[in-house]
Design a protein around this ligand. Structure first.
Ligand SMILES: CC(C)(COP(=O)(O)OP(=O)(O)OC[C@H]1O[C@@H](n2cnc3c(N)ncnc32)[C@H](O)[C@@H]1OP(=O)(O)O)[C@@H](O)C(=O)NCCC(=O)NCCS
Length: 164
C-alpha cells in the first residue's frame, strides 16, 4: 500500500474497482440515496475517473479499514467531485480536508480549469468545507435530493477555479 498523504494515523490510497464493495458500504451509511457496488464500479470505470480512500495506516489492501472516500472525474476541461464522505465516527480529524485536497491536486494535475460539485442546501458542514477551499455557489437545483420521508431538498452547485 502506497500512502499518498499521511494525516493523524491514517493515509490516502488510490481507489480501484477492487474497493467498490467497501466504498458502496460507506456510501450507504453516509447518504440517503445509496450507490450500489455496481454503480461504484461504473463510476470508477468512467474515462477520467479517480478515487481516493482514507485508510488507517498499516491496514492491508484486503481490509482497507475504510475511513472515507472521494470520487471524481475529469472530463472536457472540468472536474466534478462526484462523492465525498467520511465515516461518522471518524469525522473532525481532518480526513474530509485531506480527501478534498487530494481531489483538487488530482484535478490540477489533469490540467482542468475548474472543479464543481453538488451539495444539499441543508448540508452546512460540507458547504463550510468547500468554501474553505474557495468553492462558491454558482447554481441551485430545486428538489434535487429525496429524503427518507419523501421530502425533497435542493442541491447547490459549487465551483472553484483551478487556474492560478
Ligand atoms: C462533510 C464531511 C466529508 C467532512 O468530513 P470530516 O472528515 O469531518 O472533515 P474535516 O475534519 O476535515 O473538517 C473539514 C471542515 O469541515 C467543516 N466541518 C466538519 N465538521 C463540522 C461540524 N461538525 N460543524 C461545522 N463544520 C464542520 C469545517 O469547516 C472543517 O474545517 P475546520 O476543522 O478547519 O473547521 C463529513 O462530515 C461527511 O462525510 N458528511 C456526510 C456526507 C456528506 O455530507 N458529504 C458531502 C456531500 S456534498
Amino acid at each position: 500500500m502506497k500512502a499518498l498523504r499521511a494525516f493523524d494515523g491514517a493515509g490516502l490510497i488510490a481507489a480501484t474497482a477492487s474497493h467498490a464493495t467497501v466504498i458502496a458500504e460507506l456510501h450507504r451509511r453516509c447518504f440517503d440515496e445509496p450507490w450500489s457496488v455496481f454503480t461504484v464500479r461504473q463510476v470508477l470505470a468512467m474515462p477520467g475517473a479517480f478515487g481516493f480512500l482514507a485508510v488507517e495506516e498499516n491496514s492491508g489492501m484486503a481490509d482497507p479499514g475504510l475511513l472515507g472516500f472521494a470520487l471524481g472525474r475529469s472530463a472536457a476541461g472540468e472536474c466534478e467531485l462526484l462523492s465525498l464522505a467520511v465515516a461518522a465516527r471518524q469525522r473532525r480529524r481532518g480526513i474530509g480536508n485531506a480527501l478534498l485536497a487530494a481531489a483538487l491536486d488530482r484535478a490540477r494535475r489533469d490540467g482542468v480549469g475548474r472543479m464543481f460539485l453538488e451539495v444539499a442546501e441543508d448540508n452546512a458542514v460540507a458547504q463550510r468545507l468547500y468554501r474553505a477551499y474557495g468553492f462558491r455557489q454558482v447554481g441551485r437545483r430545486p428538489r434535487y435530493y429525496r429524503r427518507p420521508r419523501g421530502e425533497a431538498m435542493a442541491a447547490l452547485t459549487y465551483a472553484v477555479s483551478l487556474q492560478d
